[in-house]
Design a binder for this molecule. Structure first.
Ligand code: ZN
Length: 261
């Protein structure tokens, strides 16, 4: 079983990550953590991404890293900082299994000017992914149409819609293009995600926790709770959890090109 998207470096989870990783080694096949320029609070030197890369290095073959830039972070960064971060990602391309999360967020970003900037940066990061031949992990909130629009100018084959909460029309449009979906515990209370988990072809489904967020029990979520997501998918599809495990693990391995057992 693989947690295809979480934030091991985020405060709350970062402090307990050694124990969490050693427990996860017994329960999971791999963890894909998402490195961002910074986690909760902005700091210089891209500490979020640096820590994520170090974790992957220390737990080679178990912790993998994608590097992204959350759209809401773009508003907190200068153009120079964004450019130097994109160079940083490119310079570390050999150590990452994908670019993401990247995308658009019209829920949190209200000003048209900032939305425009977020779109420009998203475009630039997709160009980078295409140039490097990397899979992309998409964050999209209240912006699914725009996101699909921008993606249509690229020939990216491996696109993962992470925590997709748009409507079914855009979900189906994404599926028709062969995009993948990573479902998390939101499937217990979000209609679209539930339908995706229940009805979309199994080959396009991955599991994630988005830890430390979206805890099933409140408090700090960890990659270990990915099992609960698998159980819920199994219940919705009326399948043994082992089948869901096997299929989603294979999907994650193939999507990110993981060199796990
Ligand atoms: Zn996330």
């Amino acid at each position: 079983m693989i947690d295809a998207h979480c934030h091991l470096t985020y405060p709350g989870l970062w402090e307990i990550s050694p124990q969490v990783i050693s427990e996860a080694r017994r329960a999971l096949d791999a963890i894909v953590t998402c490195g961002l320029p910074f986690d909760e609070v902005k700091e210089p030197g891209f500490p979020g991404a640096v820590r994520a890369l170090e974790l992957a290095e220390a737990h080679r073959g178990f912790v993998y890293v994608t590097l992204g830039l959350h759209p809401t972070q773009v508003s907190e960064m200068s153009d120079e900082e964004v450019e130097s971060y994109i160079e940083f990602v490119a310079a570390n391309s050999g150590k990452i299994v994908g670019i993401g999360e990247i995308g658009l967020d019209n829920y949190w970003i209200e000003s048209e000017e900032e939305r425009k900037r977020a779109r420009r940066v998203f475009f630039e990061l997709l160009e980078l992914a295409e140039r490097l031949g990397k899979p992309v992990v998409i964050h999209s909130r209240d912006a699914e149409g725009e996101v699909l629009d921008i993606l249509s100018s690229f020939s990216l084959k491996k696109v993962l819609m992470h925590s997709f909460t748009g409507n079914m029309t855009t979900a189906k449009a994404a599926l028709e293009r062969g995009y993948y979906f990573s479902v998390n515990y939101r499937l217990t209370n979000t209609k679209t995600m539930r339908k995706i988990a229940k009805n979309f072809p199994m080959e396009y489904i991955l599991l994630e926790t988005d830890a430390p967020f979206l805890s099933p029990t409140g408090g700090v979520n960890t990659p270990l709770s990915v099992r609960l997501v698998a159980e819920e998918v199994a219940r919705l599809r009326n399948l043994p959890v082992e089948d869901v495990d096997k299929a989603t693990t294979r999907n994650a391995v193939e999507f990110f090109g993981l060199k796990t057992r």
